[in-house]
Design a protein around this ligand. Structure first.
Ligand code: PEP
Ligand code: MG
Length: 593
């Protein structure tokens, strides 16, 4: 055979490191396709009808969950809307017509749903009755729910082993599924360092480069791809010497989790406790085995992500009891569902103009108490030393209301009689209003948890998941340092326990800042612990306090970074190698201009 006269040249595409490491493999392009409705021939038709029935059931369940109203006293416009939507599915002949189309045309459900919807839309539009015309928007909503449920009911994608997955955006449920296939690396078009999917990828040790514009258009399926998750590059058709170089260019070895990692002493003898963020039972076991001080954060919505719906009470009791059982005497902190409307009803994603500021987290729980009560009951029933943490609290009265509901459920279950310890209630400090009313917040709560990921987002008004503004997501902004200082001082004054979490707490580079500002309890992923513990052991807390306090008075993140580098070069040079990104991202937008 003749040699190929034009050997393919490697193509380098810039991106941003989201999870460090190197991965080389064949591209597996994962298109989102949420609402694509291609006509397919189903085999056999009755299976397709079953698929449709499953989707209808799923949509009815979701609408039930959403419309469910605990007190039933006040008229709730949202509940009424969802009642109407349920009626469209239950009472009209819409579903019958979809079935007919599947059978007559031998086509797939998504296609039939759209065909039937077009007919119904026409009928409503031409109706004389204004009431019927006003149902158009609800019909569209129902159709979106149905198609979205049908598409989600597809078999999850199955990349071959060792693939490099190319996708637009990585959802937490997608990474959960992908992890089973052990991809070599992942490339995404969008997503920020603190997005939950990337947090999970780092914990799983899967290299990720994000912010690769038009990755799905540029990288063909099956192309050979090398992902350089150290410098943030994706190399398509890498040359042999590039592959060789990358293979040898390994990560600084991942240190092992040592026993007794929960209590570390600084060089001047101050104790710092290390708690674990875990999102499954196995990780919890590993954390407890390693001797963490407590389970500091369970993002309970991972249970929602597994099934794309609220987990039932039995499932929750089972999971929480297992974790509490593993933890024994140690505290376990479960954050109540930190969900937004887009996750709850994917068809409604995009309907809220600002989902990050919308009906989400504690607001969603208080607005739709039924699921909140189920979760609280499950947590109380799990027994043990459970702490309940409320996400995105913006006012102390949300904590007070949550406490009333908790007391209600405790009374209803007669838990006091059973002599179980009453759970402690904590507030996540993640938004500026929580920082500025921190005394009231800590008076209402039993403990505080500073969520640095969201704190940066809301304090600086910069979307943590939006690649286009990633340069503005500045962990070292003086406003962030000042906010941490305010919260830590308030907790000390009121003697309220305070945990610092988020990616900042798990990055060795930032740890002297947190210790210098007075933090004494950090919660992080297991993979971050060895590096952080080593740094804590090597720094003097008083020196850190003296050096870090002046940084809070500087004007920009760039100035803080410059000063910090000088401090590190003089006192802790090993820290210069631990910057979470290999590039000086705190100032990257100014240096590019
Ligand atoms: C945070 O915001 O820092 C946090 C710990 O919560 P999450 O990353 O889940 O929003
Ligand atoms: Mg948060």
């Amino acid at each position: 055979m003749m040699p190929d006269p034009t050997p393919r040249r490697e193509i380098r595409i810039e991106g941003r490191v989201a999870s460090r490491g190197i991965g080389i493999g064949r591209a597996f392009c994962l298109t989102d396709g949420r609402f694509e409705t291609i006509r397919r021939r189903p085999a056999p038709v009755n299976r397709e009808i079953e698929r449709l029935d499953d989707a209808v059931k799923e949509v009815l369940d979701l609408l039930d969950q959403f419309a469910a109203h605990s007190d039933g006293k006040r008229p709730d416009p949202a509940a009424e809307i969802f009642d109407i939507q349920r009626a469209i599915i239950n009472d009209s002949s819409l579903i019958g017509r979809i079935r007919e189309i599947i059978a007559d045309e031998s086509c797939n459900s998504e296609w039939a749903v759209n065909e039937a919807a077009a007919e119904y839309r026409e009928r409503l539009r031409s109706s004389e009755d204004e009431h019927f015309r006003s149902l158009l928007a609800d019909l569209d909503d129902v159709i979106d729910h149905l198609i979205s449920a049908l598409l989600d009911n597809r078999q999850p994608p199955e990349p071959p082993k060792d693939a490099v997955v190319i996708t637009r955006e990585l959802r937490p449920s997608t990474i959960l599924n992908l992890a089973k296939h052990e991809p070599k690396a992942i490339v995404t078009e969008i997503g920020g360092w603190t997005s939950h999917s990337f947090i999970m990828a780092r914990e799983l040790g899967i290299p990720v480069v994000s912010g690769v514009r038009n990755a799905l258009k540029r990288i063909p399926n099956d192309a050979m791809v090398a992902v350089d998750g150290l410098w943030g590059q994706v190399i398509q058709e890498p040359a042999a010497d590039t592959v060789e170089r990358l293979k040898h260019y390994d990560l600084p070895s991942r240190k092992d989790l040592k026993k007794g990692i929960g209590h570390i002493t600084t060089a001047d003898g101050v104790s710092v406790t290390i708690a674990a963020n875990v999102d499954n039972i196995e990780k919890c076991r590993q954390a407890i085995d390693a001797g963490v001080s407590s389970i500091g954060l369970i993002r309970s919505e991972y249970l929602f992500n597994i099934a794309s719906r609220y987990p039932g009470e039995e499932t929750q009791i089972d999971v929480y009891s297992k974790i509490v059982g593993l933890a024994g005497e140690k505290r376990v902190c479960v954050r109540t569902f930190d969900l937004n409307m887009g996750q709850l009803l994917p068809a409604r994603a995009g309907r809220e103009r600002n989902p990050a500021l919308g009906l989400r987290s504690i607001r969603l729980s208080l607005k739709h108490e039924r699921q909140f009560r189920i979760q609280l009951r499950s947590l109380i029933s799990a027994g043990g030393c459970v702490d309940i943490l409320l996400p995105l609290v913006s006012s102390a009265d949300e904590v007070m209301r949550a406490r009333e509901i908790l007391a209600d459920e405790i009374n209803a279950l007669g838990i006091i009689k059973a002599k179980r310890e009453c759970p402690r209630l904590g507030a996540m400090i993640e938004v500026p209003s929580a920082v500025l009313t921190i005394d009231a917040m800590l008076a209402a709560a039993d403990f505080g948890f500073l969520g640095t990921n969201d704190l940066v987002q809301y304090l600086l008004g910069v979307d943590r998941d939006n690649e286009a503004v990633a340069d503005w997501y500045q962990t070292l902004h003086p406003a962030v340092l000042k906010a941490i200082q305010i919260v830590v001082s308030a907790a000390r004054r009121s003697r309220t326990p305070l945990v610092i979490g988020g990616e900042m707490a798990g990055a060795a580079y930032y740890v002297p800042i947190l210790i210098g500002l007075g933090a004494r309890e950090l919660s992080m992923n297991l993979s971050s612990m060895p590096g952080v513990a080593e740094i804590i052991g090597s720094i003097d807390s008083e020196k850190a306090a003296e050096l870090i306090a002046p940084l809070c008075t500087l004007g920009t993140a760039g100035e803080v970074e410059d000063e910090l580098r000088k401090i590190y070069a003089k006192y802790w040079p090993e820290l210069l190698l631990t910057h979470p990104s290999t590039r000086p991202f705190e100032r990257s937008f100014s240096s590019k201009n």
